[in-house]
Design a protein around this ligand. Structure first.
Ligand code: GAF
Length: 368
């Protein structure tokens, strides 16, 4: 029996990378690619999870036995973690049947895990009549991801999936969780935002992401600060002069300059100057590649080839180590840029990338 159908989108981060666990600024937008959940309550305390994309049949878990590290490791950790985190927070949710179908590639840096968490939280809270605000829901989902699935991520992806609005990017200050919808409609400016999925999969729980996070925390501690957000862009030279470790210096430079880029992108978009964000995207890529060291040859090539073919700006998006890049292009240059990236990948003997236009779509919602 089905009681309802819900969907939650993946996200593209326009700018503000690796800042969300440094109390920093981010600006993602939602994709029209989503995870859809068909759901119904159960009265036997069982959580029954089934994904059209996962091999094997449904997985059944007792909700009162859910505990971090105890379940079968894999995709079911995300929805099971949401049930666990909701119950831990005192919300009265019980068993459920959840069937998922997704148009989001996993491991492409487009937040398929956050979409899976958010659609689960939305479906289960609505089924059980639990009133939960969208930001609170995103926090529950992050707890599922951090504590249950074991990935030490920030709050950006869950907030994007839960709170984005069509035609807008979401400006989020992760220090106080204040947020603002910023109009962003590339088509209205004669532009296209191309998404280039390199097909190289990444895994956040694998060490590199956690190492960057720990490196940022140790840099802040070395400076006697609670987080790198406390360094305003104009105080960066002074902070760098006080750090002796070259890795800490590079991580700090990225985070502080990236927060500055988010502000500049926001200001340009609010002034209706969409083309002006191009160079800021490209600057952000250089900083992630050279200072934060989270790019990879495929992402660098996607950016280089897009720029060489006339893109206004391009950068990797998401956590890095694979996944996707974005390129802002004149609508008239779309085929030329996409073709040039495909040719460059073929010449380098990289897997053929999947390239499509991404327009800011709606956040999570009930479909029926
Ligand atoms: C991943 C994480 F899940 C986010 O929290 C964020 O840190 C991002 O990488 C990098 O900006 O998507």
């Amino acid at each position: 029996m089905t009681e309802g159908v819900w969907e939650a989108p993946g996200r593209v981060n326009l700018i503000g990378e690796h800042t969300d666990y440094n109390d920093g600024l981010v600006m993602p937008f939602a994709l029209s690619r989503t995870v859809v959940a068909t759901a119904a309550r159960r009265d036997d305390g069982i959580l029954r999870l089934h994904s059209a994309d996962a091999p094997g049949g449904p997985v059944e878990l007792r909700i009162d036995a859910l505990a971090p590290g105890r379940g079968p490791r894999g995709w079911t950790d995300y929805p099971a973690g949401v049930l666990w985190a909701l119950r831990e927070a005192g919300h009265r949710v019980g068993g459920a049947d959840l069937h998922y179908e997704s148009t989001l590639p996993a491991g492409a840096g487009l937040s398929s895990s956050a979409a899976l968490e958010v659609v689960t939280a939305l479906a289960v809270t609505e089924l059980y009549g639990v009133g939960l605000g969208r930001q609170e829901m995103a926090l529950i989902c992050r707890r599922a991801e951090n504590a249950y699935a074991g990935a030490p991520t920030g709050i950006m992806d869950q907030t994007a999936s839960a709170c984005c609005a069509e035609g807008h990017a979401l400006y989020l200050d992760t220090r106080d969780l204040s947020r603002r919808q910023i109009p962003f409609d590339p088509a209205a400016h004669g532009l296209v935002l191309l998404l280039i999925d390199t097909g190289v999969t990444h895994a956040h729980s694998a060490g590199a992401y956690g190492e960057r996070r720990a490196g940022c925390e140790s840099a802040a501690a070395a400076l006697g600060l609670g987080s790198l957000r406390e360094i305003p862009p104009e105080e960066l030279p002074g902070a760098l002069a006080r750090l002796t470790d070259p890795v800490q210096r590079a991580l700090t430079r990225h985070v502080v300059t990236e927060n500055g880029r988010v502000e500049r992108v926001r200001a340009a978009l609010e002034a209706g100057r969409a083309r002006a964000i191009g160079p800021l995207l490209t600057e952000g890529h250089a900083s992630l590649r050279d200072d934060f060291a989270v790019s990879c040859p495929e992402l660098d090539l996607a950016v280089r080839a897009a720029l060489a073919a006339g893109a206004l700006g391009a950068r990797m998006t998401g956590g890095g180590f694979g996944g996707s890049a974005i390129a802002l292009v004149e609508a008239s240059a779309r085929e030329r840029v996409a073709g040039s990236v495909e040719r460059a990948f073929a010449e380098a003997s990289f897997r053929r990338p999947e390239i499509f236009a991404a327009a800011p779509a709606a956040g999570a919602r009930r479909l029926s």
